[in-house]
Structure formats: structure tokens, C-alpha cells
Design a protein around this ligand. Structure first.
Ligand code: HEC
Length: 152
């Protein structure tokens, strides 16, 4: 006898699910022990934002630089981190915020300092980079922090 309500209910539930998934990248921590190939699968039915994809590449690039430092080599970025200033985000108002833009400028300075610094200082300079990832994420996007922690 409640049949006439069903279409509305399904719609409302779908809307709630869409909302929950929409905020996923910044609110939910993907398991750090997941298979990396699974982790790269898109969870967002609308496709991952340009910024989300860039962030994953930034993570990989940071991991690559960490490995170089551990081998005693000079770390060098292999992607253009400056794209974070303009890449389209899941929540565009977040990336447009002064908080985001200020952290992004600090982050880019830290990457530059690491790239151009003396290799004997690379471990501390790399720490500064990861601290800046963490700083911005603490303010705007806590979900991936457990994952970023692995870069220390
Ligand atoms: C200036 C702020 C800022 C800095 C600095 C920053 N991030 Fe992010 N990060 C974000 C925002 C905002 C998102 C959400 C992107 C979206 O969903 O569009 C994000 C998303 C992510 C994600 C989740 C991507 C996904 O799969 O959805 C990871 C992982 C990540 N960042 C890692 C890093 C790492 C590693 C660094 C440093 C090397 C870093 N971030 C530096 C703001 C930042």
C-alpha cells in the first residue's frame, strides 16, 4: 500500500549514496594495505577529478624521490606539481580557497628546495615536503592522511 512512494524513496536513496561517494576522497581513508592496482580503481561514478588523479601521481612521485634519497641520489620530481594550482577538484570551492592556495604555494617551494638543495640535506628537505602534504590535508582533506604517513 506504500507502493506510490517507492519511486521517490529510490530517488532519495540514490541521492544520498551519490552524496556519500562525492565526498569520499577527502573523508574516507582507503585501506593502506590494499593492493595498489585495486586502489587506483575509480570509486567515483562520475570519474575522479583531475586534482584527485594528480594527487595520486604526486604521491607516487614523492615515493619515487624518497627511494632516490635512500639510494643516496639527488631527488628530482618527474611530474609537474604546479598543475595543482589549476587542476579541477572534486569540490572546486576547496581548491579555490585561500587555505588551499597558500598551502599549495608552500608545497611548491618545498619541492623546489628539495630539488635544488644539497643532497646531504635531502632527507630533511623531503620531510618538509611531506609535512606540507600533511598540513594541507589536515586543513582541507583529512581522508588520505594515513596513506601520506607512509611517505615518512
Ligand atoms: C594545497 C593542498 C594540498 C597539498 C599540498 C597536497 N594535497 Fe593531496 N589533496 C588535496 C585535496 C583538496 C584533495 C582532494 C582532490 C579531489 O578530490 O579533487 C587531495 C587528494 C589527495 C589524495 C586522494 C586522491 C584520490 O584518490 O582521490 C591523495 C592520496 C593525496 N591527496 C596525497 C597527497 C600527497 C602525497 C601530497 C604531497 C606530496 C599532497 N596530497 C599534497 C590537497 C592537497
Amino acid at each position: 500500500m506504500f507502493y506510490h512512494r517507492t519511486p521517490f524513496h529510490s530517488f532519495a536513496i540514490l541521492g544520498l549514496i551519490a552524496l556519500a561517494v562525492y565526498g569520499l576522497s577527502c573523508t574516507t581513508e582507503a585501506s593502506a594495505n590494499e593492493d595498489p592496482s585495486v586502489k587506483k580503481a575509480s570509486l567515483n561514478p562520475n570519474g575522479d577529478s583531475e586534482l584527485a588523479l594528480l594527487m595520486r601521481a604526486m604521491y607516487d612521485d614523492a615515493a619515487q624521490m624518497k627511494a632516490a634519497i635512500e639510494r643516496g641520489e639527488q631527488p628530482a620530481p618527474s611530474i609537474d606539481h604546479e598543475k595543482m594550482l589549476t587542476a579541477h577538484a572534486t569540490e572546486p570551492e576547496k581548491a579555490a580557497s585561500e587555505t588551499y592556495q597558500t598551502w599549495a604555494q608552500t608545497y611548491l617551494q618545498m619541492v623546489k628546495a628539495l630539488e635544488t638543495g644539497e643532497s646531504e640535506h635531502a632527507p630533511e628537505l623531503f620531510q618538509n615536503v611531506v609535512n606540507t602534504c600533511m598540513g594541507c590535508h589536515s586543513d582541507l582533506c583529512p581522508g588520505p592522511k594515513m596513506r601520506i604517513q607512509h611517505l615518512y
